[in-house]
Design a protein around this ligand. Structure first.
Ligand code: SF4
Ligand code: SF4
Length: 375
């Protein structure tokens, strides 16, 4: 991970076919390339070995509690809003064995056999996802006790970002100040331009490693007209976001809203399933579980994602301090948009819209905030 910075390099022109070479170049540097693929009716992040794995010609319709793949007629490689999975799945894994132990002949031994951290290159990272990675950096690295699992994975990650030109119906990154154009934090940045008779990508570097990658692709400087059209496509995407949030005064409004009846309405619908926290690219909470085999000679300690929507999450000395769905929903909302700012200096939300799309009952965080903020 080179020091992230805002791009100052030349903007270069890539044909879509160059993405095959880009994936090969990253694999040749020893990276496992993670990129968007169509799987199980959604666009998600998986390992990609070739450009043929990318969701060419696929878009997505998104609304509260709804995600539908739609076929595009232009072959766009990145013509969709974000799917359920984000780079969090790879940098802050959903489950990982912390250590194993065994006992034999009266001796207890801790096995230090965790494999080396995987070396990931992410292709197609959206600006809101860059902001989410920055948020996780603050939480998991910005303290005296940094998370060694995250640190090792993050240190060697390579990020190829893609500006948004097709926001999803539940996106609101523009109002959170985290999109739709990437402001930094990437190694290389692509903007896909799909117009009648023209399908190209404009590429720029954000780090020396990103520059070296583009050099290897042999990309020439993009003509001024292409650069302007690409910038205009990104600019226009900001006005087509499906949702907005008024953030002015929001932090205090939530502090003052403890007894707001809107929490009762949300709680009456909320199933405490935890989907919203699993898909959220900034949620970081984990739990630790110990297991042993039936002979009680082998034990393992696992770390797994947890969710503030479970009762056990707030178990303190004899019971949960948040027993009602209302208290858990209120905790989640006020942490994301209020107390997270006190802790880490920014909101814990980057406006990706996943918690709206993947909530099975369609609870819409932007509607809840508007109701409380305007109350
Ligand atoms: S709270 Fe919702 S919209 Fe905000 S970052 Fe998390 S999933 Fe995305
Ligand atoms: S996804 Fe929806 S129903 Fe599930 S815990 Fe979150 S708000 Fe509640």
């Amino acid at each position: 991970m080179d020091t992230p910075q805002t791009s100052s390099g030349a903007q270069r022109l890539l044909e879509p076919a160059a993405i095959e070479k880009l994936i090969s170049a990253l694999a040749g540097r020893g990276y496992t390339v993670i990129g968007p693929v169509v799987r199980d009716g959604a666009i998600t992040y998986e390992e990609v070995r070739s450009a043929a794995d990318l969701p060419a010609g696929w878009g997505a319709e998104q609304a509260a509690g709804r995600f539908r793949l739609v076929q595009r007629d232009d072959g766009a490689l990145f013509g969709y809003g974000v799917g359920p999975r984000s780079p969090k799945k790879y940098l802050h894994p959903s489950e990982i064995c912390l250590f194993k132990a065994e006992s034999a002949n009266g001796e207890f031994r801790v096995l230090n056999d965790r494999p080396p951290a995987p070396k990931y290159a992410f292709l197609g990272v959206r600006p809101c996802e860059l902001a989410a990675i920055a948020a996780q950096d603050r939480v998991l690295l910005g303290d005296r006790f940094s998370d060694s699992i995250y640190r090792e994975r993050r240190a060697q990650a390579f990020l190829v970002a893609v500006n948004c030109t097709e926001p999803g119906g539940t996106c609101f990154c523009a109002s959170m100040g985290t999109g739709q154009a990437a402001a930094g934090g990437y190694d290389s940045l692509l903007t896909e331009l799909v117009e009648p008779g023209r399908h190209v990508l404009v590429a720029q570097a954000g780090t020396p490693a990103g520059e070296e990658l583009l050099d290897e692709l042999g990309a020439e400087e993009a003509p001024a007209g292409v650069r302007q059209s690409a910038a205009a496509a990104v600019q226009a995407a900001g006005a087509r976001m499906g949702r907005t949030v008024d953030t002015s005064g929001l932090q205090q409004a939530l502090c003052d809203a403890f007894e707001n009846p809107r929490f009762d309405l949300a709680a009456a619908r909320c199933m405490s399933c935890g989907n919203c926290t699993l898909v959220c690219p900034t949620c970081f909470c984990v739990t630790v579980e110990d297991t042993s085999d039936v002979t009680v000679t082998k034990a393992e300690r696992w770390r797994r994602w947890d969710s503030c929507f479970t009762q056990s999450f707030s178990y303190i000395h004899g019971g949960s301090v948040r027993q009602s769905p209302k208290s858990r929903y209120r905790q989640w909302l006020t942490h994301k948009f209020s107390s997270w700012v006190d802790q880490f200096g920014t909101p814990g939300c980057v406006g990706c819209g996943r918690c709206i799309t993947w909530c099975p009952v369609g609870i819409d965080v932007t509607e809840e905030l508007a109701a409380i903020h305007g109350a």
